[in-house]
Design a protein around this ligand. Structure first.
Ligand code: HEC
Ligand code: HEC
Ligand code: HEC
Ligand code: HEC
Ligand code: HEC
Length: 445
């Protein structure tokens, strides 16, 4: 009888524990920092994985300059001034400083104070995730810190920890729990995993890991067996090698020989050959991709060609202009009647591949938490090809002979006028040449 009671109590308390592990926003304050091991305690054995991780954006999610600026200068004051945004501002930490969030240390000490919030997305946070509660969104992973470290391999042994296989480490939902985000108005302001799910790579069984944690022969620890080891490099938009050639560019004219008073149409083809999701993805409110087409005649004179309009709804946001936007930054910054800054900062007339985020006035915003609607989604989907046309009437001063026309595709992590306004270090708004292509025509008398 006694034994039955003990079993009953055990089973019942297990049931309670299983039921009670909070996730997502409910997990705030449910743990202590000391429940999680520091990345340094994994370093002695998993040395190379540690070094890879410490160079990746994962280990800088809380400390990176632009994250620090946006969180402290925009999100926190916004939440303080308007309770609608309080939970969203606290929630930044669920993905960027998850240990601080779980410890209820919100807002966390600033990066300069060197607290455990700085561990950002750490080894022990990722390797004590035991599941995702529902469809992946808003840090809804379930965290069960302790001696057991979970991973994608079965039957491994370690002197430091218990090692267990968990199939969540083999599916894209795992990454989607932080790479999909819904804001207070229910809008999908980040949807990398959803874009992937709807694209060709999900169908072919190619999850995030294949491209962002590629496997190579070796051993993950000195006492491990040789095998294929998941590299923790997580290259993304902060790495030129990852960005370069992700989209292939080609250009050709409809005709090669053009009279000096004639016109020619060029077609540019852009093929997303490398990314498993749209480009840009993730922080879509910040990021732009644009196509710049220029002709250089036989005497070296340069002409900038504006893109031909296609006439779809919302197209004006996909063609660079001088307009102002982002005026909603005025509220958290305490600037009255703020007019905003330049919307694009790109040569007028260039095609921009983006999806605009709008505030309640219908003005573009980079504050994803303050987004009320989206404009046209003119990004380049996985394995999608976009065609752009350029009709060029020969200018009066064109020189006879060969004219070289070059199409250049640029990427920018944060629109430059916003970066300059908020004093974000220049590397966040550098122009990265993703790809280019040229063709030649001959202008005759
Ligand atoms: C004393 C050495 C040592 C330390 C310290 C150590 N590990 Fe390990 N770990 C191992 C060994 C050995 C293996 C098995 C590797 C193999 O056989 O491929 C392993 C395997 C793993 C795996 C793979 C699990 C799986 O089933 O796929 C994960 C995840 C892991 N460790 C995480 C961590 C984390 C996180 C830390 C720090 C909190 C840590 N380890 C600290 C030695 C160590
Ligand atoms: C963003 C979450 C994340 C972070 C951060 C992370 N890992 Fe992993 N790790 C994974 C996933 C997912 C896998 C399994 C990947 C696969 O097999 O495709 C993995 C695999 C491993 C493995 C097994 C490698 C192998 O293939 O044999 C070890 C060991 C490991 N991680 C240790 C660490 C250590 C140590 C750190 C910190 C320095 C760390 N991880 C940081 C998600 C993470
Ligand atoms: C606990 C939340 C969390 C999980 C789980 C997570 N990530 Fe991330 N990841 C982030 C955050 C936050 C950043 C942004 C870092 C920054 O720039 O501030 C990031 C950045 C990245 C980047 C770099 C992007 C760039 O701009 O360079 C890549 C690539 C990436 N993650 C891939 C993955 C993959 C693949 C997985 C699944 C194995 C995963 N992430 C799981 C939170 C997470
Ligand atoms: C077929 C390979 C492939 C797959 C699968 C893939 N990615 Fe990527 N990813 C890329 C490439 C290439 C880039 C660089 C181009 C870009 O920024 O979009 C990239 C960029 C990123 C970035 C940086 C984007 C930015 O603008 O900062 C993140 C974050 C990311 N991937 C996360 C994921 C997640 C999460 C998954 C799974 C749901 C995934 N990726 C699946 C190839 C892939
Ligand atoms: C659901 C998880 C999640 C939440 C919540 C979240 N982020 Fe992020 N954040 C990410 C991921 C993942 C990335 C990387 C995406 C990419 O590379 O395109 C990112 C990227 C960023 C970036 C761009 C970093 C760079 O260097 O380009 C900034 C800034 C940022 N987040 C700030 C915030 C702020 C402020 C909040 C709260 C209002 C917030 N985030 C809420 C997951 C999240």
């Amino acid at each position: 009888m006694k034994r039955v009671a003990v079993i009953f109590i055990c089973v019942f308390s297990l049931y309670l524990i299983a039921e009670e592990i909070p996730s997502g926003e409910h997990a705030m304050g449910s743990r202590k920092y000391s429940d999680y091991e520091k990345p340094e305690s994994c370093k002695s054995c998993h040395t190379r994985i540690y070094q890879q991780w410490s160079q990746s954006m994962m280990s800088q999610a809380y400390t990176h300059h632009w994250d620090e600026i946006e969180y402290w200068e925009l999100a926190v004051p916004h939440g303080d001034k308007d309770p609608t945004f309080k939970a969203a501002a606290d929630g930044c930490n669920g993905c960027h400083a998850p240990l601080a969030f779980l410890a209820g240390d919100v807002p966390p000490p600033k990066p300069a104070e060197n607290s455990r919030a700085n561990e950002s997305v750490s080894c022990d946070l990722c390797h004590t995730i035991t599941g995702i509660s529902g469809d992946p969104v808003n840090f809804n992973w379930i965290s069960e810190p302790g001696r057991t470290k979970y991973g994608a391999k079965e039957g491994l042994e370690s002197p430091h920890h218990i090692t267990k296989f968990n199939d969540i480490y083999t599916v894209a939902d795992y990454c989607g729990s932080c790479h999909n985000e819904q804001n207070p108005f229910g809008l999908w302001v980040k949807s990398t995993q959803i874009e992937w799910e709807e694209g060709p790579y999900a169908e072919q069984g190619v999850p995030c890991f294949v491209c962002h944690m590629p496997k190579a022969p070796g051993r993950s620890a000195p006492m491990a067996e040789e095998g294929m080891v998941a590299q923790h490099i997580f290259l993304g938009a902060h790495n030129e090698a990852k960005l370069k050639s992700a989209i292939e560019v080609s250009i050709h004219p409809d005709e090669r020989e053009i009279p000096y008073d004639g016109a020619v149409v060029f077609q540019v083809e852009l093929f997303n050959a490398k990314a498993g999701h749209k480009i840009p993805t993730g922080s879509v409110e910040d990021r732009i991709l644009w196509l710049d087409v220029r002709a250089v005649d036989a005497e070296g004179k340069e002409y900038h060609l504006p893109v031909d309009l296609k006439g779809f709804e919302g197209e004006e946001y996909t063609v660079a202009s001088d307009e102002l936007a982002y005026s909603d930054m005025g509220f958290p910054l305490g600037i009255e009647d703020f007019e905003g800054v330049q919307r694009d900062g790109v040569p007028v007339g260039n095609r921009i591949f983006r999806m605009p985020y709008f505030d309640e006035k219908g003005i573009m915003t980079i504050q994803q938490w303050n987004t009320r609607s989206f404009g046209v989604d003119y990004r380049v989907g996985p394995r999608e090809t976009k065609l752009e046309h350029y009709t060029w009437y020969m200018p009066d001063d064109i020189a006879f002979g060969d004219v070289v026309i070059t199409a250049r595709l640029y990427y920018q992590k944060l629109v430059k006028p916003v970066a300059d306004f908020l004093n974000v270090p220049a590397d966040e708004s550098e122009m990265i040449l993703m790809n280019e292509a040229s063709t030649t025509i001959e202008v005759y008398d």
